[in-house]
Design a protein around this ligand. Structure first.
Ligand SMILES: [Mg+2]
Length: 374
């Protein structure tokens, strides 16, 4: 494009009757931009040579976007150069076609001050970090907003998450991590101060509860001489042995309160594998003791309430971002916070459409979230 053509193109973008949320300029080329209000995404090929393969790579994302009612338009710079007027008319036609249809209002989302991120299926899966996830997290200070990595996984301690997130290239300080294990420690101190507690959990969870001053009657392996305890705590115990189940069942049948760190049935793994999670272990204990646990992690609104109290941000200015309807989205709905479902994990667009309580926003991935709030 010549300088004059570029100026013309900028003027055209500025004159569009919708807000341009993102506009990325690389060298002399505008690569792509989005008009979320018009549910329109326009991507421009930065090179003079149109690369059909690049389009194939994005086909999955496009399918998700189309399911959500977005129109994706792609033009090469060569095309704009050759037929500037035609491309402009094409874009305007699409915007006009969408006129009168209900456009998504992102005000509530943009007004959020604190974002709580699920990790697995939202920012990464296993060791594979999703496109745009790191860029989003590093951009929070510039946006003047705060973030916390929020996890239901009670098999690891907060410290373990700091190490893991940094290894994956994410920014992370102590105050940026909150786990269901930490919430359990706080809950025990509030509701059962000084109680003797039997923990069926990992060594990491054991250390975490110790750091909250919890009076644990067992060692890190679950061994105990105690005959009675006030509370049994069950976690996502990846170091589970039969003795722990046997002790937990024993105490529960003798009147101990039953508290579980998180309700998840399974923990998602790469290659479509899952691990039995805390909810499944609790089902075994419920079957054998007749007792139902109180779950502390998502979707219990306690997770958001505690963070609101710690940070001073009211629930309605907190946004929960995650890939799972029954934990990540439900916790936001239970706590009166804003919810964003991303389709990068276990929930498909069809599953989302069938949900009884709809999330406030549904986006293909955190990359699109960044484009809206940046
Ligand atoms: Mg997840």
């Amino acid at each position: 494009m010549t300088k004059e053509e570029r100026r013309l193109w900028y003027d055209f973008l500025k004159a569009l009757p919708v807000t341009v949320n993102r506009q990325k300029v690389i060298g002399p080329y505008i690569v792509d931009f989005c008009c979320y209000e018009a549910r329109l995404i326009i991507e421009l090929d930065g090179s003079q040579h149109f690369e059909p393969n690049a389009i194939n790579a994005d086909r999955d994302r496009d399918a998700d976007l189309r399911d959500l009612g977005f129109t994706v338009l792609r033009y090469s710079n060569a095309e704009i150069h050759k037929n500037f007027r035609g491309v402009c008319e094409d874009i305007l036609n699409h915007i006009n076609q969408n006129k009168g249809t209900e456009h998504m209002d992102y005000t509530k989302l943009k007004n959020c001050e604190l974002f709580l991120f699920d990790m697995d299926g939202t920012l990464y899966l296993g060791d594979e970090v999703y496109d745009g996830a790191r860029e989003l997290m590093f951009d929070f200070p510039r946006m003047g907003k705060r973030y916390i990595y929020l996890t239901n996984n009670s098999s690891r301690a907060g410290e373990d998450y700091i190490t893991r997130l940094r290894r994956l290239g994410f920014p992370c300080k102590r105050e940026n991590v909150f786990t269901s294990g930490m919430a359990t420690g706080m809950y025990l101190n509030q509701r059962h101060p000084g109680a003797s507690v039997y923990l069926a959990g990992t060594k990491a969870f054991h250390r975490e509860l110790k750091s909250y001053g919890i009076n644990l009657v067992n060692d890190e392996l679950g061994h105990t001489e105690a005959d009675l305890v006030d509370v049994v705590v069950q976690g996502f115990d990846t170091e589970l042995v039969y003795e722990k189940l046997e002790r937990a069942c024993h105490f529960l049948r003798r009147g101990a309160a039953f508290i579980a760190a998180n309700p998840d049935w399974v923990c998602p793994m790469p290659a479509d594998e899952v691990l039995p999670d805390c909810g499944s272990i609790c089902a075994l204990l419920t079957a054998s003791s007749g007792k139902e646990p109180t779950y502390i992690g998502k979707p219990n609104r306690n997770m958001v309430d505690v963070i609101s109290a710690m940070t001073g941000v009211p629930n309605e200015k907190i946004c929960c971002v995650g890939d799972r309807l029954y934990t990540d989205i439900a916790v936001a709905q239970n706590a009166g916070a804003v919810s964003v479902l991303v389709l990068s994990g276990e929930t498909s667009a069809e599953m989302a459409a069938a949900a009884e309580r709809q999330p406030d926003y549904i986006l293909p991935s955190v990359k699109e979230l960044h484009e809206i709030i940046r």
